[in-house]
Design a protein around this ligand. Structure first.
Ligand SMILES: [Zn+2]
Length: 288
C-alpha cells in the first residue's frame, strides 16, 4: 500500500465512505459496523469462527474496461467495491475481494485499456471461486455484480456449482438494476429518455464520482446521443462484433456529478440490502 499523502486524505474526505483504497470511512446514519469483515484480512486461526459468525459471503464482480476518455478503466470495479463494502457492513456478511479481470463485450474489447477474459474461461473461473467459497463452509453466497459482461458467465457458474453442493443458496444481482429507467426518469437527474443509463454515460459516471471524484475528467468528453431503445423499456441483450466510430461511451455526460452519484448509490444500496434481508428471511421457503 502506497503512503497516503495529505492530498490523498483530503480527496478521500470528499468521496463517499467505503471508497476503494486505503481510506475506508465511517458509514453515516447506520447502526451496522462501520467497516466490514474482509476475507483477505482474516487470519487462518480465526477462519472457522469467522465463517460461523458471518454466514453470508459477499463476492463483488467488477471489470477493467474502457469507459470513455473521462472515466477510469476500473469504473465498474470502483463502483461495485464501494457498494459491496457498504452492503456487507449493513448485512453482517464477510466481504471477498472484487474480481476485476473479467469478460468484456466485443464493442469495448477493441479499446486500448480493456482487459477481456474469454467467456468460457470466466465461467470456469467464477465456478472455481464459488466452489472454494462453499468448501470453506459458506452456504449462502451473494454475488454482487458491477459489470454487464459478468451476467452470462456468472449465472453459468452458479448453475454449475449449485448442482454440486447440498444446501447451498447463491444470489446474483447487478447494482444498476435497482435504478430502472422509469425510476430514473421520475428522478429527472439526467435529460435522457432512458434516465441516464448507458456505458460510461451520466449515471455510471456519477456513480464512479460518488466514490472517486478525483478520477473523473468531464473536460475530456462531450455529450453524445443516448443508446437507442429498441423495445420501449423491456430488457433485451444485443451484442455487435464491432463498434466503428463509437467513442466508447454515450449520453449527456456533462450532467454527471458526485452529488447525483451519492444519491443513486444510496438508492441502489438500500434496494440491495432489502433484497438480501428478504432473501435471508424467506430462505426456508422452498423453490426460487
Ligand atoms: Zn461499466
Amino acid at each position: 500500500m502506497a503512503q497516503l499523502t495529505r492530498r490523498d486524505m483530503l480527496l478521500a474526505g470528499l468521496a463517499l465512505p467505503g471508497i476503494a483504497g486505503a481510506s475506508y470511512g465511517q458509514i453515516p446514519n447506520d447502526d451496522a459496523p462501520s467497516t466490514p469483515k474482509r476475507f483477505e484480512e482474516t487470519a487462518g486461526f480465526e477462519l472457522a469462527d469467522v465463517v460461523a459468525s458471518h454466514p453470508l459471503a459477499i463476492l463483488p464482480l467488477g471489470s477493467l474496461e474502457f469507459h470513455g476518455p473521462h472515466n477510469p478503466l476500473g469504473s465498474d470495479s470502483i463502483i461495485i467495491s464501494g457498494i459491496a463494502e457498504r452492503v456487507t457492513a449493513r448485512t453482517g456478511g464477510l466481504l471477498f475481494p472484487t474480481i476485476k479481470f473479467t469478460q468484456c463485450p466485443a464493442h469495448t474489447a477493441h479499446f486500448s485499456g480493456t482487459v477481456s477474459i474469454r467467456p468460457e474461461v470466466m465461467t470456469m473461473y467464477f465456478a472455481d471461486v464459488l466452489r472454494n467459497v462453499l468448501h470453506i463452509g459458506f452456504r449462502k453466497v451473494f454475488i454482487l455484480n458491477g459489470h454487464d459482461g459478468n451476467i452470462g458467465p456468472g449465472r453459468g457458474a452458479i448453475a454449475q456449482v449449485a448442482d454440486e453442493v447440498n444446501g447451498a443458496a447463491l444470489l446474483f444481482a447487478s447494482w444498476w438494476e435497482f435504478l430502472p429507467g422509469e425510476m430514473m426518469r421520475t428522478l429527472g437527474m439526467f435529460h435522457q429518455a432512458n434516465g441516464g443509463h448507458g456505458h460510461g454515460g451520466p449515471l455510471e459516471t456519477s456513480a464512479v464520482a460518488a466514490f472517486r471524484p478525483d478520477l473523473i475528467h468531464l473536460d475530456k468528453a462531450r455529450d453524445l446521443p443516448e443508446p437507442p431503445d429498441l423495445s420501449d423499456g423491456a430488457p433485451y441483450f444485443l451484442q455487435k462484433s464491432t463498434a466503428v466510430d463509437w467513442p466508447g461511451y454515450s449520453g449527456n455526460v456533462s450532467g454527471a456529478s458526485a452529488e447525483k452519484g451519492k444519491k443513486l448509490i444510496q438508492i441502489s444500496e438500500d434496494g440491495i440490502v432489502k433484497l438480501v434481508e428478504n432473501w435471508l428471511k424467506h430462505d426456508e421457503v422452498p423453490g426460487s
